[in-house]
Write a protein that binds this ligand. Structure first.
Ligand SMILES: Nc1ncnc2c1ncn2[C@@H]1O[C@H](COP(=O)(O)OP(=O)(O)OP(=O)(O)O)[C@@H](O)[C@H]1O
Length: 508
């Protein structure tokens, strides 16, 4: 690695315990000035803990934190801020009721000289300069954060960070909620910041992004850095091997070739202003993918199938019987299960234990004469914990104590463990490490082989192509292509979903 003089960040032999659990076990992170440095590891490896130490949120039990040549014995959030570190978090979103200018300036107000009055004109000028310079766009300063897209909210966060001319920016899974085109804009920005001398720490589960973007990478496993190397000497496959200390083999399972009777038929489905004229049939044993950018109607279609959208017209038949899936209760009654994208918000009860969460949707199965059969409940929980490799101290700890990715796995496991017939999976592997992805894919394929039917909405195009039988591409509220997954490519799906190539392939 680099000569020590080049290092802007030196976290050495950091230890951190939470109760009896050891999150970091003498982990080190050395980052060269002016580089893009990747930080990777499986869910629960300790990445967030290390970053929270850098932010002054957690105090290490042992080890040293040195930033830009200065040692901080007990780094506080204020000191981290003052030394010039900024954090772009995926899930610490801005308050939705703020306007763009409030979100940009809160706590960073520019005042008129020698007065307590805000210099609104100067503040707006500064923000609009950054927006134009780095993003080539303007955002309405009075627009509500709640009305912006995920990508626009991220632009607000980054602009806010850049207003202070930071030395180091930490991006924590920044692309998880972005579509590919938006991710490309972000990568362009990161390269530009590097050229201007800013140091970037980049945390991601997308190893191809690490390969594409980073100069160096540090790999953490079980709380310790097991490797730190330049990207010139490694690649995504090598990083994955070091992360999990074994080969994961094929990421995607065999697609079952047999599909059975139609189980869900949709015709002429419309939802005003969202999508219209949607027709398709899903068969037992079949896995259908849905591809579509924000605004394509894909997300709303998934929600409508689960009874979460109002004003839906058209025919939905389950098992040949006409249904009105007008509310989620009706959908669950037909044994549909939805795994929502916002799993931390809607997917898990943070203060309940793993066992409670994992068996919640299916409590009826564990009750007899009004009593819960706790042994059976525990057994089912342990099976799912094992199956998905959920990292935990035991089945009876609150889900709040798990790492973010492991919380995601709990949300997925709780629905996949339930015996449903039709599964609707919205971005099933966002935030999940590569070994767990393989486990989730295997589980989905098994459900299909056993006769269930699955619809997967995903912006991870290799996932769509690798896992499904067919892919429906949505563009501006309509299905514009119905592709056989075994004969399509991610490029074709991308071109169709961005409108770059005219659709209407195999539809009808
Ligand atoms: N506040 C806490 N209380 C108890 N345990 C915790 C707490 N925060 C983290 N841990 C534990 O520390 C370990 C490391 O978690 P951390 O969040 O750093 O992982 P991560 O690498 O960021 O994972 P992910 O990719 O899933 O976000 C995990 O086993 C987690 O359960």
């Amino acid at each position: 690695m680099a000569a020590p003089a080049d290092l802007i960040l030196k976290l050495s032999a950091i230890e951190k315990h939470f109760g009896g659990a050891r999150a970091l076990d003498r982990a080190s992170l050395f980052v060269r000035r002016g580089t893009v440095h990747g930080l990777v590891g499986q869910n629960g490896a300790g990445k967030s803990t290390l970053i929270k130490i850098l932010a002054g949120i957690h105090k290490p039990d042992a080890g040293t934190v040195e930033i830009d040549g200065k040692i901080f014995p007990a780094l506080s959030p204020h000191e981290a801020d003052a030394v010039g570190i900024r954090f772009i978090h995926q899930d610490r979103l801005l308050p939705t009721s703020f306007t763009v200018s409030e979100a940009l300036f809160l706590g960073r107000e520019v005042r008129l000289a020698r007065t307590p009055f805000l210099n609104r004109a100067a503040m707006r000028r500064k923000a609009s300069d950054i927006l134009r310079r780095y993003f080539g766009l303007q955002l309405d300063p009075d627009a509500l954060i709640g009305d912006l897209s995920t990508a626009e909210r991220q632009i607000v966060q980054i602009t806010r960070a850049l207003m202070d001319q930071p030395k180091i920016i930490v991006f924590d899974e920044p692309t998880a909620a972005l579509v590919r085109r938006e991710a490309d804009i972000l990568f362009g920005l990161i390269r530009r910041l590097r050229a201007e001398g800013v140091t970037i720490l980049y945390v991601s589960h997308y190893l191809n992004e690490i390969e594409e973007l980073c100069d160096d990478v540090t790999i953490i496993r079980n709380g310790v850095d097991v490797a730190a190397l330049p990207l010139k000497e490694t690649n995504a496959a090598d990083i994955a091997r070091r992360m999990i200390a074994r080969d994961i083999g094929d990421l995607f399972p065999e697609r079952g070739s047999k599909t059975g009777r139609p189980i869900l038929s949709v015709s002429g489905l419309s939802c005003s202003g969202r999508f219209s004229g949607v027709d398709f049939t899903l068969h037992e044993g079949e896995i259908i993918g849905i591809a579509g950018l924000l605004g394509s109607g894909a997300k709303e279609l998934m929600r409508a199938l689960f009874g979460l959208e109002a004003g839906v017209a058209g025919r939905v038949e389950v098992d040949g019987k006409l249904q009105t899936l007008s509310h989620p209760g009706a959908a669950v009654g037909e044994r549909l299960a939805l795994v929502p994208e916002d799993r931390r918000g809607h997917g898990v009860a943070l203060d309940l234990t793993l066992t409670e969460n994992l068996t919640l949707p299916d409590l009826g199965r564990f009750a007899r004469f009004g009593f819960l059969r706790r042994r059976a409940q525990q057994k089912q929980a342990m099976r799912l914990i094992h199956q998905l490799g959920i990292k935990t101290d035991g089945p009876n700890v609150p889900v709040r104590t798990l790492s973010g990715g492991n919380q995601q796995k709990v949300a997925i496991a709780k629905w996949l463990g339930r015996q449903s017939r039709i599964y609707l999976l919205d971005e099933p592997t966002v935030g999940v490490d590569i070994a767990s992805k393989a486990e989730i894919y295997a589980l989905v394929a098994k459900l299909a082989r056993e006769g269930a039917a699955v619809i997967v909405l995903s912006s991870d195009l290799p996932e769509l192509v690798g896992l499904t039988h067919r892919i429906l591409v949505m563009f501006r509220g309509r299905i514009i292509a119905d592709l056989d997954s075994s004969s399509t490519t991610t490029d074709e799906v991308l071109a169709l979903s961005t409108g770059a190539s005219e659709g209407l392939r195999h539809v009808g």
